[in-house]
Design a binder for this molecule. Structure first.
Ligand SMILES: [Ca+2]
Ligand SMILES: [Ca+2]
Ligand SMILES: [Ca+2]
Length: 478
């Protein structure tokens, strides 16, 4: 297994940490079958428009011949790399070219973003018609209704209390929206009661300090469920994606793998993802939000200063001309990427170093190897950049605090056995290359404890509902 596979096998989340890799369709020798396959892809691409805000949302207006003509002119005069990618994603499909390049309200932010993988449509401009009401709350997202004010209630198509969902989760949906302006939205997949509860517990308990007294996070607006991060839910490449933060639309998307994960794992990846929203909030203002929406450019001065004392150095790199997109907005192409050093070494060196240890000691002993544990490296993914490093250490922090909260009622030997069972039977099954115990003693833990203090009552609840219910043989009934 090479290093890329190792990293790939953990959840990937962050937009600009990723290269703009896109895959081309398999070329088939027989033309009719290639045509059929092409038609199926185009149908999937169109279908993605029907749940881009919420399941069954209104569709964009069909382009007129005149709009298609104008679009073809724009495409012809665009940079060749933009034209090439558009043609690769939507071969000769002029209707989809229009949707990919349309700016309905003319504010410079395009209606949609498109996934550079297979052209799935994603929310772009969060208020397409520019009437001041977010698409997801707008009963007419493509028709400006001047004079309307911000919506105070969840609109009927999204309101779980009108859909016969269990009362405890309709209450969660209402509370998160009314108190914290976070809307739980079903797109191509549904929430389970467990998942809604996990989101609620992470927001109100793990991040109690941020969300107390009806607190909100300007970088977290929507938590949405989707079958897959990629266009085709059957695609193996997306099968290991748990969740992802889309900073341009202040959205956290949760995919099938994350929806079906055990609640204690949901708690972990949700803490990880919302830590990304918190990271973005350090540097959030209207201008930066605008830069992300238009160019995928994100100046993260404050966050990068925060991680510097922990060993992360940032190098600003020259942006390649091919990363400039004005015709349409691919999801992952970042205009001004950063490069990072960790403990003065490039991340490529760290990858090789980890891969060599993996080769040498084998998968069973890999993350318990002393060279890795003494540097408090919690796993491969944590060395893909400071964003993931911070978020992975958040998971470790939460899990260690839950385990340590048992100290009063559970002997040390039993707690140790619980920690081992939790790592082996639950954590490693979902994330083979993540070991929370490696964070013990790391300086970042003291910082996280200060920033995100967990009170005793919350920890007792979280440990009981998530950890001990998963491993009932330990630390109970004393
Ligand atoms: Ca716009
Ligand atoms: Ca609107
Ligand atoms: Ca409207």
């Amino acid at each position: 297994m090479n290093q890329e596979t190792i990293i790939r096998s953990r959840n990937k989340h962050l937009i600009f940490a990723l290269p703009s890799a896109f895959l081309t369709l398999v070329i088939c020798g027989c033309e009719s079958s290639a045509d059929r396959e092409r038609a199926e892809w185009a149908q999937l691409q169109r279908n993605s428009l029907s749940s881009v805000f919420f399941r069954g949302n209104p569709l964009p207006g069909q382009p007129t011949a005149e709009e298609i003509g104008r679009t073809l002119d724009k495409v012809r005069s665009a940079n060749h790399w933009e034209r090439d990618l558009l043609e690769e994603l939507y071969p000769d499909d002029h209707e989809l070219w229009v949707y990919a390049t349309r700016d309905s309200d003319g504010d410079g932010v395009l209606d949609y973003r498109v996934s550079d993988y297979y052209g799935k449509f994603l929310e772009g401009d969060t208020d397409i018609d520019g009437d001041g009401i977010d698409n997801v709350l707008d009963t007419t997202p493509f028709i400006a209704s001047p004079g309307e004010r911000e919506i105070a209630n969840i609109p009927p198509p999204l309101d779980w209390s009108r859909q016969g969902k269990p009362q405890d989760i309709t209450r969660i949906q209402r509370e998160l929206f009314e108190n914290h302006r976070i809307l739980l939205v079903e797109r191509s997949a549904e929430f389970t009661p467990d998942l809604a509860r996990s989101v609620h517990d992470v927001v109100t308990r793990m991040y109690r300090g941020i969300f107390a007294d009806n607190g909100t996070l300007p970088t977290l607006r929507i938590v949405a469920t989707e079958e897959s991060s990629l266009l085709d839910p059957e695609d193996e490449a997306g099968a290991s994606d748990f969740a992802q933060v889309l900073p341009a639309s202040q959205t956290l998307e949760i995919y099938r793998r994350g929806i079906d994960a055990p609640p204690v794992i949901q708690l972990g990846y949700l803490a990880h993802e919302i830590a990304h929203n918190i990271q973005f909030s350090y540097d959030y203002d209207a201008q930066r939000q605008d830069e992300i929406m238009r160019h995928n450019y994100f100046a993260a001065t404050r966050f990068l200063e925060l991680v510097e004392p922990f060993g992360w150095t940032t190098i600003q790199t020259e942006s390649a001309p091919e990363s400039r997109f004005t015709l349409f907005r691919p999801q992952y192409v970042a205009q001004e990427p950063y490069e990072y050093l960790y403990l003065d070494e490039p991340l490529g060196e760290w990858e090789e170093w980890l891969a060599a240890i993996f080769e040498e000691v084998g998968e069973d002993r890999y993350l318990t190897d002393e060279r890795i544990t003494e540097l408090h490296i919690v796993g491969d993914y944590s060395l893909s950049g400071p964003w993931e490093w911070y978020s992975d250490n958040i998971i470790a922090y939460l899990y260690l605090e839950m385990l340590d909260s048992q100290a009063g009622q559970c002997p040390e030997a039993e707690r140790k056995a619980l920690a081992e069972a939790f790592q082996r039977e639950t954590v490693a099954r979902e994330w083979p290359w993540f070991r929370f115990e490696n964070a013990r003693g790391a300086t970042i833990l003291a910082h996280l404890r200060e920033e995100y203090p967990l009170d005793a009552a919350d920890l007792a609840y979280l440990a009981d509902h998530y950890l001990l219910s998963r491993h009932p043989g330990f630390c109970r009934n004393r």
